[in-house]
Design a protein around this ligand. Structure first.
Ligand code: GDP
Ligand code: IMO
Ligand code: MG
Length: 419
């Protein structure tokens, strides 16, 4: 068997959590391969609304194993709060969750370094979620980090102190006042010790050899990828399909379907370029209708029209084989809808996503007629309004990849799967 992948094609928050929860019953294992508590994946089913940060979104489907892979970074203080939330909803976390010993730990001082470095950047700040993601990946690549499996070692506290001291030294360059809050971290570590730590690359490869089905769940989105995103306004991991190989220990030849998920429009939270951003009443309408406020930080998300130049780029980088479009219902009351089909850069038109996005880029739009009707109760593709079908089929034709799922609301049930 091969591993299927579901990942975001924009700047995150495409609805990955919702759709992973919907398609999980077809899988035996759901695994996160990168990112950490900067992610906020919202799920809605029955009367439950929940946001997951570190735990894979397959956790609410019984008898499915969820894995936190080696590419993920874990904050013990945050993950145990997640455990408590989902246990109350009847999830047997200990039975259903495996954690890679090789995942890295986010220390309280990683969060402080994140805050200090953002403060020092001033106007050029990334707009980080301040969860300590960048500094933790820096320590990983700098070969200083602490891995999750180390909490089981008798000298874990000494190892922790050593890294903390390095951080205290590093922090001296910043004029930044801080207090290190460690109680929640150590309470988290204590609680974490009772969960299952494994070498997850063996678990996954064995499962594939036994013909089990594995789904890798991305966090963030392609345009936030450390290599291919809008650098430096990105996160610190490889959010793209290649990240599945390093973040779970899966060979490239073992990648199967790649589901690329995108919103029917665009959003971005944090700083950085956003060519189709709408800083007007239309943008405000997208934000209020789409409830575009961060699931992790509560910050208002920036909003704009769908950007096909960026989407084509993301599809190329990830080798997307099937598209998933979410939040089409948010456009229900729009008379006219636009899609950027090209950019004009210094008077020259291009369909290639430039490596430097700046204010001289002007999107070239194509207009679409709105459907002006509510679609959230529709459950088959053929019943969708013709204007929406025209919108979807235009995207499919331009990109050359079929849209297999159309999400028409936040709930598990509000999903159209095309046959
Ligand atoms: P993720 O990070 O990709 O999992 O996405 P988030 O959960 O951060 O943000 C997506 C938001 O849109 C959440 O509030 C979801 O409940 C909601 N959502 C997902 N799909 C749809 C949809 O098709 N329609 C509407 N209206 N909301 C959706
Ligand atoms: P999900 O998985 C949207 C953004 C932050 C910031 C930049 C760097 O829910 O789609 P970081 O905390 O990683 O140092 O922040 O990346 N960002 C996200 N934006 N969705 C996310 O995750 C994000 N995770 C990080 O806002 O601009
Ligand atoms: Mg999110």
């Amino acid at each position: 068997m091969k591993t299927d992948v579901l990942l975001g094609l924009q700047w995150g928050d495409e609805g990955k959590g919702k759709v992973v929860d919907v398609i999980t019953p077809a899988y035996d294992i759901v695994a996160r391969f990168q990112g950490g508590p900067n992610a906020g994946h919202s799920l809605e089913f029955d009367d439950i609304e929940i946001v997951l940060h570190t735990i894979p979104s397959g956790i609410f489907r019984k008898n499915i194993t969820n894995i936190i892979g080696n590419g993920v970074v874990i904050d013990p203080a945050i993950i145990v709060q997640e455990f408590e939330k989902i246990k109350k909803l009847g999830v047997d976390v200990n039975r259903q969750l495996l954690i890679s010993k090789k995942a890295h730990l986010i220390l309280p001082t990683h969060r402080i370094i994140d805050a200090a470095s953002e403060a020092a950047k001033g106007k050029t700040k990334i707009g980080s979620t301040l969860k300590g993601i960048g500094p933790t990946y820096m320590d990983k690549t700098g070969r200083n980090g602490l891995r999750a499996g180390e909490i089981l070692e008798p000298d874990f506290t000494e190892r922790y102190e050593l890294l903390k001291q390095k951080h205290i030294e590093y922090l001296k360059q910043f004029s930044f006042n801080y207090t290190i809050y460690e109680a929640d971290f150590f309470a988290g570590v204590e609680a974490l010790r009772t969960y299952k730590f494994v070498d997850s690359e063996f678990v996954i490869n064995k499962a594939l050899a036994d013909n089990k089905k594995v789904l890798a769940e991305g966090a963030q989105g392609t345009l936030l990828d450390i290599d291919f995103g809008t650098y430096p306004y990105v996160t610190s991991s490889n959010t793209v399909c290649a990240g599945v190989c390093t973040g779970l220990g899966i060979a490239p030849s073992k990648i199967g379907e790649v589901f690329g998920i995108f919103k029917a429009y665009c959003t971005r939270v944090g700083s950085g370029p956003f060519p189709t951003e709408l800083n007007d009443s239309m943008g405000e309408k997208l934000r209020t209708t789409g409830h575009e406020f961060g699931a992790t930080t509560g910050r208002p998300r920036r909003t704009g029209w769908l950007d096909l130049v960026a989407l084509k780029y993301s599809v190329m980088i990830n080798g997307v084989t099937q598209l998933i479009m979410t939040k089409a219902d948010v456009l229900d009351s729009f008379e006219n809808i636009k899609i950027a089909v090209k950019y004009e850069v210094n008077g020259v038109e291009t369909e290639d996503f430039p490596s430097e996005l700046n204010s001289t880029i002007k999107p070239v739009y194509r207009d679409f007629k709105g459907w002006n009707t509510s679609i959230s109760n529709i459950s088959t593709y053929s019943r969708l309004p013709s204007e929406l079908k025209a919108y979807i089929e235009f995207i499919e034709k331009e990109i050359g990849v079929p849209v297999k799922i159309v999400s028409v609301g936040p709930n598990r049930n509000e999903t159209i799967i095309r046959q």
